[in-house]
Design a protein around this ligand. Structure first.
Ligand code: SAM
Length: 283
């Protein structure tokens, strides 16, 4: 036990559960879920089915985005009183685009031991089958639902050279792929991983443009749960972005951001609005 730990407190187990295939619940997860005093679950009815399937009778309370702050306080009290608690979400690893952050952070603050019971995670499963570089990647979670906010987020990823992993809702797949083509280019390689570990698991690997066309003609592609994995930008694109920054930085020594963006746009042909945004960041 590390220094500063509360030795009388119970343990908070952060337990990964299947992302579709019940066979993926690890034996250790099963054991922990059966032994703790309480399970904190995102949706008690949903997790009830999993627990019933495995004959686990541990009491369950809800912990979701709308009650997390207040529920965490109660769970921390029980942990401090010596009870051990398991945190699970509807599927996969808690805290990964799922609730639990407040509880885990509060447990650390109180010196409560937090233990990982690792297992399925859709982002990692998708990376493992996508066939794109995995030595460096960036997880972006869900893109904003509003088109303007989504496009602004994608603009920041234009020169990202690490592999990009996104979660996407099925009804937004087509729109997201169209926006990805506009932001990252038609020829960028990408992989749509659908229904991983389930009966209709399908991996679509192509360019962004072709994936966008496929999503328009194949309704099955936007059924079920989806992870999009996108190749990073080529090294030259990153070099151009560094040049953009250096150019703007030099211009900003003498000019306002608006003037610097106007001149930089004339020199390198990029959009003035984008350069202005970058200039404001660099200022
Ligand atoms: N905590 C989960 C994890 O570890 O992957 C993610 C929870 S997030 C609310 C749900 C999203 O994860 C889905 O909308 C989808 O993008 C992705 N996802 C979950 N299960 C999946 C599966 N079986 N196949 C593909 N994507 C999946």
């Amino acid at each position: 036990m590390a220094d500063g730990m509360n030795e009388k407190a119970g343990i908070l187990y952060v337990v990964a559960t299947p992302i579709g295939n019940l066979g993926d619940l690890t034996p250790r997860a099963r054991e922990v879920l059966a032994q703790v005093s309480l399970i904190a679950a995102e949706d008690t009815r949903h997790s009830g089915q999993l627990l019933k399937h495995f004959g686990i009778e541990t009491p369950v309370v809800s912990l979701h985005e709308h009650n997390e702050a207040q529920r965490s306080a109660m769970l921390i009290e029980r942990l401090l009183a010596g009870e051990s608690i398991a945190l699970i979400s509807d599927a996969g690893t808690p805290l990964i685009s799922d609730p639990g952050f407040d509880l885990v952070a509060a447990a650390h603050e109180k010196g409560i031991q937090v233990t990982a019971v690792p297992g399925p995670c859709a982002a990692i499963a998708a990376l493992s089958v996508a066939g794109l570089p995995t030595d460096r990647f960036v997880f972006e979670g869900f893109l904003p639902a509003k088109p303007s906010a989504r496009r602004a987020r994608l603009a920041t990823l234009r020169n990202e050279c690490r592999t990009i992993v996104l979660y996407e809702a099925p009804h937004r797949l087509r729109e997201a792929l169209n926006d990805l083509v506009a932001a990252l280019g038609a020829d960028r390689r990408a992989v749509v991983c659908r229904e991983l570990t389930k009966r209709f698991e399908t991996i679509y690997s192509s360019t962004l443009e072709q994936l966008a066309a496929m999503s328009a003609s194949d309704p099955d592609m936007s059924r079920g749960e989806i992870v999009i994995v996108i190749d990073g930008a080529a090294a030259e694109a990153t070099a151009v972005s560094l040049d953009r920054e250096r150019l703007l930085q030099a211009l900003l020594e003498e000019l306002t951001p608006s003037q610097a963006a106007k001149i930089a746009a004339r020199i390198i042909g990029d959009k003035r609005s984008e350069l202005y945004e970058l200039a404001m960041k660099l200022k």
